[in-house]
Design a protein around this ligand. Structure first.
Ligand SMILES: C[S@@+](CC[C@H](N)C(=O)[O-])C[C@H]1O[C@@H](n2cnc3c(N)ncnc32)[C@H](O)[C@@H]1O
Length: 233
């Protein structure tokens, strides 16, 4: 293990796990290592969730975000998607519960159509590094994490643009889209979110170097968080 680490393999791949938001998460070699900054995405999701929330985690990687949400929230129904078979295998181990479903495929494509209009929280830590900046990442990322987990195309926003443009079709009234991004990309993402009909706001945590853009569906009650729900919660 020391030899592997000394040769530059990420510590989390050598150990086979990491701590994310207080939850032990398996991380297989070749799978994106959950970053501490993604704690903000989890916190923002927890802040707007309710018991029984239907959650979709697009670009789930190891399933770290979903595992942290399950640990923090009461009986959520979680649907997690990743395009990379290695990530999906890892997520299936980390998200092994009856109310959790892990799918392999491209963003919304593998989700059951019965989820349309029912998703309370749509979370995505999609790849958002601009293609030209991938070579500037530390070698642990560049050499040991797949390009599909890092590169978000020319301006870094290709995948989140696709996530955002379809979000309205899947979100329930008063539902929230939560996307991790960078400080620099946040203004562009706010425009993209607003352009797709969601009300945007930005959350930041300087100590984590974290930025999350939240988009909320304007339909339903003016104050969706206090709106009564059919299930009585
Ligand atoms: C930055 S990693 C984040 C993983 C995880 N959400 C986390 O925070 O640890 C991005 C993930 O998105 C996946 N991905 C990239 N493009 C995708 C697509 N079109 N559909 C589904 N997953 C995708 C990658 O395989 C990778 O696991």
């Amino acid at each position: 293990m020391v030899d592997r680490r000394a040769a530059g393999e990420p510590l989390e791949h050598v150990l086979g796990w990491t701590d994310f938001c207080g939850v032990r998460v398996d991380v297989d070699p070749g799978v994106f290592v959950p970053r501490p900054r993604t704690e903000l995405l989890v916190r923002e999701a927890v802040a707007v969730a309710r018991p029984g929330s239907v959650v979709a985690d697009l670009c789930c990687g190891s399933g770290a975000v979903g595992a942290a949400l399950i640990a923090a929230l009461d009986r959520i129904e979680l649907h997690a998607v990743d395009i990379d078979p290695a990530a999906v295998g890892c997520a299936r181990r980390n998200l092994d519960s009856a109310s959790t479903h892990v799918y392999e495929g491209d963003l919304y494509e593998p989700l059951p159509s019965t989820l349309r209009g029912r998703v309370d929280l749509l979370v995505a830590n999609a790849p958002y590094v601009p293609a030209h900046a991938v070579r500037l990442l530390p070698p642990e990322a560049r050499l040991h994490e797949p390009l599909v987990a890092l590169s978000g195309g020319q301006d870094g926003l290709d995948v989140v643009r696709r996530v955002t443009s379809e979000a309205g079709a899947w979100l329930a009234p008063g539902g929230h889209l939560l996307v991790e991004t960078s400080e620099r990309q946040a203004p562009s993402l706010v425009e993209i979110v607003a352009g797709s009909g969601l009300a945007p706001r930005v959350a930041r945590r300087a100590d984590l170097g974290a930025t999350v853009v939240v988009g909320t569906t304007p339909r339903g009650y003016p104050d969706a968080d206090s709106a009564p729900r059919g299930d009585g919660s």
